[in-house]
Ligand binder design. Structure first.
Ligand SMILES: [Zn+2]
Ligand SMILES: [Zn+2]
Length: 289
């Protein structure tokens, strides 16, 4: 049979209407069915079969509600997910809105570069906190979606944590908010409540729109600086492959505030007795001195 869904050509929907549209199991089943093969459009009957809804009228009704927002009709008379529909699939898999992370604590299979003890990752309230139990040091803390634990072994999690943080950092460096796509503003700070213990200065980014904020140490912020990468390369360390919590110089308090108005901070890195010093300015540009 053919269906009676019409494509809505309007430019947008209110958040209330968009989220209300999703409050139905048949509609979520349709989005999941299309999401199973996101690059393929499905005919009405193929989609209905995959969704496994017996009542054709009901199916047609719910599909019609989604067309124009999360689903679009293709020229070949099929159906596919829109950009918004694909993001719904992402939100379902990441578990951000639907799962509560199970609190857990485990050894990272990485050792503290200061004392040699096994580092511990704790997961609570959808946040990961990495600590050294011997040094009693909090090394990093960050939000992590519960769905990211699925299909990853414990052994793969450190790499996932590191990748997640670096992805955020590279967005933040471009002043791009991964929460809302807004513009972030970055500045150096010595008084943020988000500074870790023992951190005298850090770089804070706050979104101008949603107010989401993140803070990183000067060292972590400079991990992708070409001179820092080259310095590690010269000492046989591939920074891309090494989780930052395994770098000894990053664990020590090695940032010196030269001036706070305007900001000038010096960072010293040492590897095998060699030293690299960088200075970072008010505008967050950094150069070797
Ligand atoms: Zn330690
Ligand atoms: Zn934002």
């Amino acid at each position: 049979m053919t269906d009676s869904t019409e494509q809505d050509e309007s430019n947008g929907t209110s958040p209330e209407d968009a989220f209300a549209l999703l409050g139905d199991e048949t509609r979520i089943a349709i989005i999941r069915a299309l999401g199973a093969t996101p690059d393929e459009s499905l005919s009405f009957s193929a989609l209905r079969e995959r969704t496994n809804v017996a009542d054709s009228g009901q199916f047609n009704y719910h599909l019609g509600k989604l067309v124009g927002s999360f689903v679009r009709r293709t020229e070949e008379d099929g159906y596919e997910l829109t950009y918004a529909g694909r993001r719904i699939i992402g939100a379902i898999f990441s578990g951000t809105f639907t799962q509560r992370g199970t609190p857990t604590s485990f050894e990272l299979e990485a050792t503290c570069p200061i004392c040699g003890a096994s580092l511990v990752a704790q997961y609570e309230q959808e946040r990961v906190t990495i600590t050294c139990p011997t040094c009693d040091d909090q090394i990093s803390t960050f939000g992590f979606p519960p769905g990211a634990f699925e299909n990853r072994t414990r052994e793969e999690l450190p790499q996932a944590f590191d990748g997640w943080i670096r992805t955020h950092l590279s967005a933040v460096r471009k002043c791009f908010c991964l929460n809302c796509t807004g513009r972030m503003h970055g500045s150096m700070t010595d008084e943020s409540e988000h500074l870790l213990e023992d951190q005298t200065v850090g770089i804070e980014h706050v979104c101008e729109r949603c107010d989401e904020g993140s803070i990183s140490s000067i060292g972590v912020y400079l991990l992708s600086h070409p001179d820092v990468i080259a310095f590690h390369d010269d000492h046989g360390i591939d920074l891309d492959e090494t989780p930052f919590w395994e770098l000894p110089w990053l664990r020590e308090e090695n940032a010196t505030v030269l001036s706070s108005d305007p900001w000038r901070v010096r960072l010293a890195l040492e590897l095998d007795g060699d030293r690299l010093e960088l200075e970072i300015e008010e505008d967050l540009s950094a150069s070797v001195i």
